[in-house]
Ligand binder design. Structure first.
Ligand SMILES: [Mg+2]
Length: 120
């Protein structure tokens, strides 16, 4: 069973996506800010993949990604954002993200991307 952390300030998106993923046999958890995500990751060491929004209320999703990489935490990360500008796409590619998906997302596309990232 794969553990997925969804980091997004859109509570509804988190709830819908988490229940869809849980129905498929994943173990999905949610966090709504960078601080919440950091706390969660400190307490749950077995996360396999993070679905990461870029616009979060406290800090930028890229800030979280950079911090994880600085601490050499090689979580698999898929960026899920409505603000898919080229600069953040390039920066997150440098930081080794598995994929970069635009909102509104297509669930099948996201699921393919998740399965691919988990297998890699
Ligand atoms: Mg957001």
């Amino acid at each position: 069973m794969s553990n997925i952390l969804i980091v997004d300030d859109d509570h509804k998106l988190c709830d819908v996506l988490a229940s869809e993923l849980n129905e498929l046999g994943f173990q999905a958890s949610t966090a709504h800010s960078v601080n919440e995500a950091v706390k969660f990751l400190q307490q749950n060491k077995d996360i396999d993949l993070i679905l990461l929004d870029l616009k979060l209320p406290d800090k930028d999703g890229l800030y979280l990604l950079k911090t994880l990489r600085e601490y050499n935490l090689r979580y698999k990360v898929i960026i899920l954002t409505a603000f898919a500008d080229l600069e953040s796409a390039m920066e997150s590619t440098k930081l080794g993200v598995s994929d970069f998906i635009s909102k509104p997302y297509d669930f099948d596309e996201l699921l393919n991307s998740i399965n691919k990232a988990l297998k890699a």
